[in-house]
Design a binder for this molecule. Structure first.
Ligand SMILES: NC(=O)c1ccc[n+]([C@@H]2O[C@H](COP(=O)([O-])OP(=O)(O)OC[C@H]3O[C@@H](n4cnc5c(N)ncnc54)[C@H](O)[C@@H]3O)[C@@H](O)[C@H]2O)c1
Length: 276
């Protein structure tokens, strides 16, 4: 059977764990060569090893997406290793919750930096590469459709108490998506967004079991209160949280040729949940 993404070069931020990892494995299994990113080398290299073990191609580009030089390094890894860039998934992220009266500026900007400014910088760094490739392809009479998939959340679409920073950033990325779909249409790039409901990952695991994670020099509490999680799950029409593999399926839809004429859209991947 022909693989739909054979030879494509895909950059996926935050792909050392969770949904990003599942996206990396899914795209690699369909023939894409992957630039894997995560905060630390170990999870990034683990995903690279899993892809190679399955017969695929991947390279790691570890580091925080919020680092000022990250975007150039990420795009540079793709061009230097594989000679181009076809698919870009802005997935890296975490949550740092509080009600507005207890939320510091630091907490606010941490979410804006990770979920909004970092994707903006990565996309800005990718622009000259994509423009040059599209120009050369047009001159050669070829049209290759490239794909950007940004990751949002039901918190961004509908709001979520205790997540004003995260909700604002995840709403913002839908604006980035719509604007870039207009700017990059002439470069044959589709720009879409997937907004998740509840997906079972470390992000939504039991907070009592998981401790903290070191992100950008801060210790951030990981996970969600299990009672809150159970209550959320009861509101999902399919009756359960999704798996990382199911989450990856929604991103895959925007990466394959069948979606080449879909751009500027936000797809809910939420088990039928249409509000929170
Ligand atoms: N799990 C859900 O229910 C859910 C719901 C809505 C949206 N999302 C979004 O999906 C994306 C993936 O989340 P997940 O559930 O797979 O979480 P996860 O914690 O399992 O995986 C996220 C990965 O991103 C990495 N990461 C975090 N900050 C980073 C940074 N600054 N630079 C590089 N890597 C970084 C983490 O180390 C981790 O490996 C996030 O953008 C998240 O906001 C998840």
């Amino acid at each position: 059977m022909t693989r739909k993404l054979e030879g494509k070069i895909a950059l996926i931020s935050g792909s050392g764990r969770g949904i990003g990892r599942a996206i990396a494995l899914k795209l690699a299994a369909d023939g894409a060569r992957i630039v894997v990113n995560d905060l630390d080398e170990a999870p990034a290299e683990e995903t690279v090893a899993a892809i190679r073990d399955a017969g695929g191609e991947a390279v790691a580009c570890p580091g925080s997406v919020t680092a000022p030089d990250f975007a150039e390094r990420f795009v540079g890894t793709a061009t230097q290793t594989y000679g181009g860039l076809d698919i870009l998934v802005n997935n890296a992220g975490y949550t740092w919750d509080n009600v507005i009266q207890k939320m510091s500026d630091e907490q606010w900007y941490a979410m804006i930096d990770c979920h909004l400014t970092a994707p903006f910088r990565i996309l800005r760094a990718a622009q000259p590469v994509i423009r040059a490739l599209a120009k050369a392809e047009t001159e050669a009479g070829r049209r290759i459709v490239r794909k950007v998939v940004n990751i949002s959340s039901v918190a961004g679409l509908f709001g979520n108490a205790g997540q004003i920073n995260y909700s604002a950033a995840k709403a913002g990325i839908t604006g980035v998506t719509k604007t870039l779909a207009k700017e990059w249409g002439r470069l044959n790039v589709t720009v879409n967004c997937v907004a998740y409901g509840l997906i079972r990952t470390r992000l939504t695991g039991n907070s009592a079991d998981q401790g903290t994670e070191r992100i950008d020099g801060r210790d951030i509490k990981v996970g969600v209160n299990p009672d809150l999680l159970a209550a959320m799950e009861r509101t999902i029409p399919l009756g359960r949280g999704g798996t990382p593999e199911e989450a990856a399926g929604a991103v895959y839809l925007f990466c394959i040729p069948e979606s080449d004429y879909v751009s500027g859209e936000t797809l809910l991947c939420s088990g039928g949940l249409t509000g929170i």
